[in-house]
Design a protein around this ligand. Structure first.
Ligand code: KG4
Ligand code: ZN
Length: 344
């Protein structure tokens, strides 16, 4: 079976074909039209520009994905599309395109949660992965721990109370002069600095919860930079990158360790754009080695937003008979709002 996956929740338009044969998922194409260069001018994603760029790219890259996969639309068994969460205008482009394509060609339509899709990227890299497992999703918009009971049932058991790790990386990256998005550049720069150079607070909240907060470490870093500037002293971007990375990585590793202990899970999946961070990958390898647990991480090129992860998550929904129809809408929130009953 071939699943066409469409992604347009933020600043990447992506279309991919994933073939499932004997239960194993093979990526036949995964085309990504990134808007990073466009948004770099503004230091962040401009939603209206993102929507317009998705409109311009989606049809072209969908046909490119089919061509690279060497199949026609007739051979597509299901169309999976990210419907939530994300930027509402951006999501609507993918959802409406997918609805039209599915309706016009009589192909089943599947609605996909973007967070579930990040985790489903792990099945593409590790076919033997099976729920239940613990998942840590770290991206530009999310930082949460989930108990994945089965491939479509996620229970959030902890996470950030304010900003996401990716947003925190991008913010400080911008302040120390790295181009948007700063995460990947900060990852590299951290190797050139001293992780103990600057005293920063840990994002891990005290106690037994699995919660984190990134606002304190961001403010402390900004205060440090402003203080040095006021004193006329130079700041060392590499030391900032190293100290900041060490604290964020340490906090996520500490809470991952706690989550494994509390849940008794033997497998941890690390997913989302920030899962490409080399320091975090190494730290979690160490946590899992000590706990005798397995760590599953998507290949680095599958950590950021892409259509293949959407096709992978869509396949799981398809197996459970969770099909959408032309009434499908997009939602900026993590879950679709529950219908309000007349008695309320
Ligand atoms: O999952 P993603 O592609 O989009 C969202 O769903 O948010 O994640 C994007 C985030 C950005 O904040 C980017 O800076 C961050 O992932 N990122 C990284 C690395 N590569 C991407 N952060 C830290 N280290 C990296 N190597
Ligand atoms: Zn994402």
């Amino acid at each position: 079976m071939y699943v066409l996956g469409l992604e347009s929740s933020c600043d990447e338009t992506s279309a991919a074909v994933v073939e499932i044969a004997d239960g194993v998922r093979f990526i036949r194409s995964n085309i990504i039209a990134s808007q990073i260069e466009t948004h770099r001018l503004y230091g962040g994603v401009v939603p209206e520009i993102a929507s317009r760029a998705h409109t311009e790219a989606i049809s072209r890259i969908t046909y490119e994905a089919l061509e690279v996969a060497g199949i026609t639309l007739r051979q597509v068994g299901a169309i999976a599309v990210t419907s939530h969460p994300g930027l509402i205008g951006a999501l609507l482009i993918g959802v409406n395109f997918a609805k039209s394509l599915a309706y016009a060609n009589g192909i089943p339509l599947i609605s996909v949660n973007h967070i579930h899709a990040h985790v489903a990227a792990a099945y593409l890299s590790e076919p033997s992965l099976k729920p239940p497992f613990l998942a840590l999703v770290v991206s530009g918009g999310h930082t949460s721990f989930y108990l994945v009971d089965d491939s479509t049932t996620f229970r959030e058991i902890g996470g950030t109370r304010d900003d996401a790790a990716g947003e925190a990386y991008d913010k400080i990256g911008r302040v120390i002069g790295l181009p948007y998005p700063g995460g990947a550049a900060l990852d590299k720069l951290a190797y050139e600095g001293n992780p103990n150079a600057i005293l920063l607070p840990s994002p891990a909240l005290a106690g037994d919860s699995l919660d984190l907060s990134f606002s304190g470490i961001k403010t402390a870093t900004l205060n440090y930079i402003n203080g040095m500037e006021q004193k006329g002293q130079p700041v060392c971007p590499a030391d900032i990158a190293a100290s900041y990375t060490a604290k964020i990585t340490g906090a996520l590793a500490q809470k991952a360790n706690k989550a494994l202990e509390q849940t008794g899970m033997r497998t941890l999946v690390l997913a989302g754009g920030v899962a490409a961070n080399s320091h975090l990958r190494t730290a979690l390898e160490e946590v899992c080695r000590k706990k005798n647990a397995s760590l599953v991480m998507p290949a680095r090129e599958l950590c950021g937003d892409n259509g293949a992860m959407v096709a992978s998550a869509g396949y799981d929904e398809f197996l459970r008979g969770n099909l959408a129809d032309t009434s499908l809408n997009a939602s900026a929130a993590d879950a679709f709002p529950r219908p309000v009953s007349a008695e309320c």
